[in-house]
Ligand binder design. Sequence first.
Ligand SMILES: [Zn+2]
Length: 452
Amino acid sequence: MTAPFSEKDWSAWGDEAVADLQALLRIPTVNPPGDEGPAADWVQARLAADGIESERLDDGDRPNVVARLPGDGSGGGPLLLAGHLDVVPVERAHWSEDPFGGVIRDGYLYGRGAIDMKNMVVMSMAMLRFARRAGLVPRRDLLFAAVADEEEGCTHGSRFLVERFPDKVEAEYMIGEVGGFSQDIGDQRYYPIQVAEKGMCRVRLTAHGDPGHGSIPHQHNAIVRLGQALLLLGQCRLPLHMTDTVAETLRIMRETQGAPTRQVLALLGRRGVTDIVLDRVLPDRQLANVFSAWMTNTVSPTMLDAGIKANAIPSSASAILDGRLIPGQTFDDLLREIRAVIGDGYSLEVILGFPGREYPVDDPLYRAICENIQRHDPGAFPLPVITPGFTDGQFFGRGGARCYGYSPVRFPKEDGVVFSRLFHGHDERIHVDGFRWGLRALWDLVYRFAFQ
Ligand SMILES: [Zn+2]
């Protein structure tokens, strides 16, 4: 029983939510180009089935759906539940099921968007629908937004809404991605909750040199100079910047893991030894890379631009660096760190960016999420995390909301499913019973936080 509904309700509504998720997964919304129109139509129709009016706030042909269940205002500012409708592309040959077929096999529902994040769209819609069915009036406005374009930078989705229709999505709190999935590490089970996300700082790095004929090599070849800079950047780790979030992540992991993991974790975050731990002690390279991204600004060279002719040495060569910022770090901080690695004689230009965001763990909603996890999966640990990329939280956060990533879903430990590999990966799928579990958990959270 999850108040105020009966087991019979939950059984029927779980079936309904699974069927809804299958239906939404069958509507392809691969971005680019997105083409979220049919999915937005479907969302509006499902809300309307329970008498909930929604509004379309389209940016050209990119739709956004917003719905509001007005509260009596006695419980604080609005709570926004948000999910994006678009999904990333698939490499069809690597899938064992049709990524847009809504197929259920061996207890899992397959589909692009099953965990990122059509599951949350369906669950979030259901919160408004359940409340309406029970005739409940929230104590704070309950808002729902299904947005376009998250996977290509949020321009036509959350960013558009916050910049063009701020009053429609203004909220005290937002719950969205990334978090709420079970993750077993050793004998312990954790549920990461996004409380911070890194910023972005895309940089054009240009090396200059002397032009010349390709038949006579010389010492001032811009492409060679660029290569030297990229090699240095690729081989280094930028300086450590600890955040409250990561300090808390490490503290909880330290207190819950056994030896020798506990001892290794105790060294992470300390100046002087962190590099050694990340490079030589941690056996799992992938994990070491994640820790590294949690604690430092990063730059990944992702595009190159040089030369006009095979036999002409160009006078300049440039690369795009996908830079990511720890919350609190500025563009200038990152440029200074890059210069310290590559030296002088290069030009650096920021072409796109925004700062990172960090929300407190000393917060009523964050505490409610932690209690929710402990109530629905006793013995599991909530784990605050920073997301190395960015989400719609970047933009809803600019609109003034405190944003937490919590889209609850439980995966059976024995299946060995690693959530992070399914995220944008092949055979993206969700555990059907774990999704039903998440639906109830999310309702319990929303009910306690917005209705009681
Ligand atoms: Zn997503």
